[in-house]
Structures are given as structure tokens and as C-alpha cells.
Design a protein around this ligand. Sequence first.
Ligand SMILES: Nc1ncnc2c1ncn2[C@@H]1O[C@H](COP(=O)(O)OP(=O)(O)OP(=O)(O)O)[C@@H](O)[C@H]1O
Ligand SMILES: [Mg+2]
Length: 441
Amino acid sequence: MLGDFEVFVDSQPVPAEAWVQRRATDLVKLLALASGHRLSRDDVLETLWPTLSPEAAAANLHKAASYARRALGDRGAIVLRGGVIELAPGAEVSTDVERFERGDIAAYRGDLLPNDPYAEWTLGPRAALRERRLEVMRSQGHWEEVLREDPADEEANRAVMRRRAASGDRPGAARQFRALTEELSRLGLEPSAETLALQRELTRGPPVQATRLLDAPVEGREQELASALGALQRAAAFDGTTLLITGSVGIGKTRLLEAVLAQAEQFGFHTLRGAGQEAEGRTPYAPLAEALDPLAERRPELVGALADRAQLALSRLLPSVRRPDGMAEEPVERRLVFRAVAELLDRAAAERGVVVAVDDLNHADEATVALVHHLARSGTGERGLVVAASGAEPRWRWRSVRSNAARSHRWRSARPAGRCRRKPSTSSRARPPATRFSQRS
Ligand SMILES: Nc1ncnc2c1ncn2[C@@H]1O[C@H](COP(=O)(O)OP(=O)(O)OP(=O)(O)O)[C@@H](O)[C@H]1O
Ligand SMILES: [Mg+2]
């Protein structure tokens, strides 16, 4: 009955053609499933023909018994006696269900009576047998089997994640986690705290560090340095912000940005940096691609944990991200690119913190400025800091980046790292969001 319905009499299969009447097979199945292969007459009538009148049901029973005896080739195959109906009381009856219940796992070749999926009386036993099999699979550590039955089983998913990570396949562990979250979200659920903690533990990898460009110690600038490092400390305490550094050519913006990156490294953060390159034109996203590609290249599991759509969006941006298998090369909307970048940074921030530094934003393309704006506004996590340096007003929507940074509190919506010291000659309108360098007198 497990996987299929088949009857053997003296080891010989009863041919399918012998079962001319469905009610005959139903009666045999029901009795084979019953404990001791016997049931009261009333139970049989009520189970198989609940909607029929007692007379009609009784007539059905007699016909069913008669056809079943004929199919099984024995008058004693169905016995009705004293209000009880029995299956072959004079013979030895054995079923795969019983063998399975006695511990023979191989007897479970499939679900109970799969050709009667909706028969009311099969539902309970089918579910119970399936659950029992899952328990055995769990106790024997056959986690892949458990997942085939129940892809949302968290224990099995955790076990597979652990196994993959132990064999050095961190991206595989990340993919497993992702499959689980997708499965759970289909059910309107989220992974448990235990699974989330495991995900963090298993996929935590080494930090990705940006190359240092300037090493000379910072002289003076105590106030700017203190406010910039304060922003970083807040980010380390899960209160990330966006930091804008503005000031005229050669005044030390890159130097300050370097100081923030160096300190972030001390904190164990990922440090990512890119810059607008005036000489290279305004290639869309170039500074952010430069900043993020090392992360994607060295920590592919962070990318692998993202949904296929996000990976597709990133593959358009970052040379190290491959287009997911089975996804067509198609245009990706800007908002999907923004979201994918935010999600990747979110993973990096959640893992160990991240600083994304974009230098020379005034030489960046419109898409980069818009994406920096997006990161400042919508945020990508809590342990993150966006640092943007700009020698002049970038051509694109700079003002709104600035006002976003000004309003914010967390990385989600950034906040100014420090008060600017205005040059005496600047206009009276303060520009609070940016750390602004004034000429030293
Ligand atoms: N406070 C400082 N202490 C020590 N060196 C500094 C300081 N500020 C700037 N410098 C040095 O001055 C030079 C120019 O600084 P930096 O490149 O940081 O300026 P910038 O504002 O980024 O310039 P640009 O507008 O061209 O990008 C660098 O060699 C840098 O090391
Ligand atoms: Mg510079």
C-alpha cells in the first residue's frame, strides 16, 4: 500500500484486471489498513459509504465482499460474521505498512495509497505514516530526504548548512539558507533565531579591506577627525550614518576618508572604496562597482545568499558576480539595482560592519550619486557607514543627498557626522550635513 496498491496471494501478484469493482479494492484496502485486519460492519459502512442509506450501503458491502473474494480467488478472503468483517482470517496477512511500523524503513516506497489521495479514510493514516518516516529520517541524519519531504524543515536545513560549511563550501551553506528563507516566506514565515544565528556563524568570513592610498599621519584637524571617527563608532554600535566630506581641492578630504577606513579596519569592518575618475568619464556606477566588486569577489557567499533577482541585478554591475543559472540576460530596472546593492551591503554590515567610501563624488556619474543617495536614505543595515567625499558640488542631486544626510539618525537615514567650520567667506547659510574642511590659517 506504500507507493502503490498491490496484492500478492501465495507470492503471486493479483493482476490489475482482477479488480473489476472499485468498491472491492476499497474494502480490501480498508481492512488491510485496520488493526488485526478487521473492522466492525458499522465502521466499514460508515467509512466507505457514509452518504448512502443503511440498506444501500449494506448492499454495496455484500457486492464488494463478493467481488473481492473473486479477485483474491478465495471464498475465505472476506468474512462477515457477527457484525465484524475480516480480511482472510484463515490466512497470514502481512502488509508493507506493518513492516514499516515494525522498523523496516525500506518498506516505505512512497505515500500510502497514492491513487486515493482524497479518500477521507486514507488522510489520517497517510499523514501519520509520512510523519513517522520523517522522524526516522531525522533520527538517522538523512537530512536531504527530510528536505525532499519538507523543504521548510529548519532542523534539516541547519544540518545541511553545517555539513556544507564543514566541507569548506560556504557559498553552498549560504544557498541553503536562502532556499530555506524563500520556502518559509512562501508560507508567510521567517527563519527562527537559531537558524539566523547559525547563518551568521557559518558564513562569517574574513574582512575585505580597501587598499590604503595615503599613509602620512593626519596633522591638525582634530575636530573633523573626532566627528568622523565618532560617526564610525556610532556605526559600530549599530547606529550607522552617512558622512559627507566637502572642501576645496587638496584640502585633505581623501586623507580624512583614509583615516576613517583605517579606523574601520581596526574595528574589523569590511572597508570598500571607489572614486569618481574625471579622466575616465562618467561611467554609470563605476565608483560603486569599484568599491563593491572586491566584496563580491572575495566573499561570494554574501552574494550567494541573495535572491536570484538581486544576483542578476548585481551581475550587471559587478564583474565578479555571475548571472544566476536559468536567468535570461535582460535589462534590470534601476530600483532593483539599488535594492540589490543595499541588500549586499546589508549582509556585509550584519556580518561584521562595513564602510563604503566614495571619493571624488563630484566626478561620479548620475547613477552613482543617486545610489549613494539611496543608501543614505533607505539604508542597508545598522553597522554601516557611507562616506562620500566631494571637492565641489556634484552635478547630480547633491543637495538632496546632503539633506538626507542631514536628517538622518541611523544608516537607514543618515546623520551628519559633524558641524562644519565655515570659511569666513562662505555665505551665511550653514551646511550642517557635511564635515567641511576650512582652510587652516
Ligand atoms: N591633515 C592633514 N595631515 C597631513 N597631511 C595632509 C592633511 N590633509 C591633507 N594632507 C596631505 O595633503 C595632500 C592632499 O590631501 P588630500 O589628497 O587628502 O586632499 P583632497 O581634499 O582629497 O584633494 P582633492 O580635492 O584633490 O581630492 C595629501 O598628500 C595628504 O596626505
Ligand atoms: Mg581627494
